[in-house]
Design a protein around this ligand. Structure first.
Ligand SMILES: Nc1ncnc2c1ncn2[C@@H]1O[C@H](COP(=O)(O)OP(=O)(O)O)[C@@H](O)[C@H]1O
Ligand SMILES: [Mg+2]
Length: 152
C-alpha cells in the first residue's frame, strides 16, 4: 500500500496541540490512529488534544488500567491503550472498536500490529528534551493526504 511519511520536530506542548487540531480536522468515522513512543513521550497528551478537537467535552485520562475508554464527541471516540497486553499480540474484543463506527486511537499500537489494518495513521514520538519531540508520522492509503498537510 502506498504511504507518506514525515518527520516533524516540535518544541512545545502547544505545538502538539496544534498538530492534533490539524489531524482532527481530517479524521472521520472509522479512522484509526496508532501512537508509539516511550512512557512520557506524549501519547496520552496528544490523545487528549485530539479528543477535544473532535468535540469530546469529558476529560480524557490514560486508560492504561482499563484497556478501553469510550467518549462521545462529534462521533464516538475510542481511546485504547494496549500497554498491559504486553507481547500477547491480539485481543479479539478490540475488533469492535478498531473496525467500529468511531474514531479509534491506540496507544502502544505495535503490540497489536497483527490485528490492525495496513491503512491507518501512525505517530511515533521520540523524546529529545523536556518539551521537544521528534514525531515520525506515517499515513497509508487514504491517510497519505493527511500527512501531506503536516509539517513544513
Ligand atoms: N511537546 C510535547 N508534547 C507532548 N507532551 C509533552 C511535550 N512536552 C512536554 N510534554 C509532557 O510530557 C508528558 C507526556 O505524558 P503522556 O502524554 O502521559 O505520555 P505517554 O502517554 O506517552 O506515556 C506530559 O506531562 C506532557 O505535559
Ligand atoms: Mg499514555
Amino acid at each position: 500500500m502506498e504511504y507518506m511519511e514525515k518527520v516533524i520536530s516540535i518544541v512545545s506542548v502547544d505545538e502538539m496541540d496544534r498538530l492534533a487540531e490539524k489531524i482532527a480536522q481530517q479524521l472521520g468515522k472509522g479512522s484509526i490512529v496508532g501512537l508509539a513512543g516511550d512512557l512520557g513521550s506524549g501519547k496520552t497528551t496528544f490523545t487528549k488534544f485530539l479528543a477535544r478537537h473532535l468535540g469530546v467535552s469529558d476529560t480524557v485520562n490514560s486508560p492504561t488500567f482499563t484497556l478501553l475508554k469510550i467518549y462521545q464527541g462529534n462521533v464516538p471516540f475510542y481511546h485504547i491503550d494496549v500497554y498491559r497486553l504486553e507481547q500477547s499480540g491480539k485481543d479479539p474484543t478490540m475488533d469492535d472498536y478498531i473496525y467500529g463506527e468511531g474514531i479509534c486511537v491506540i496507544e502502544w499500537y505495535p503490540i497489536i500490529l497483527a490485528q490492525l489494518p495496513e491503512e491507518m495513521l501512525t505517530i511515533n514520538i521520540a523524546i529529545t528534551g523536556q518539551t521537544t519531540r521528534i514525531l515520525t508520522v506515517k499515513g497509508s492509503g487514504r491517510y497519505e493526504k493527511i500527512v501531506e498537510t503536516l509539517g513544513n
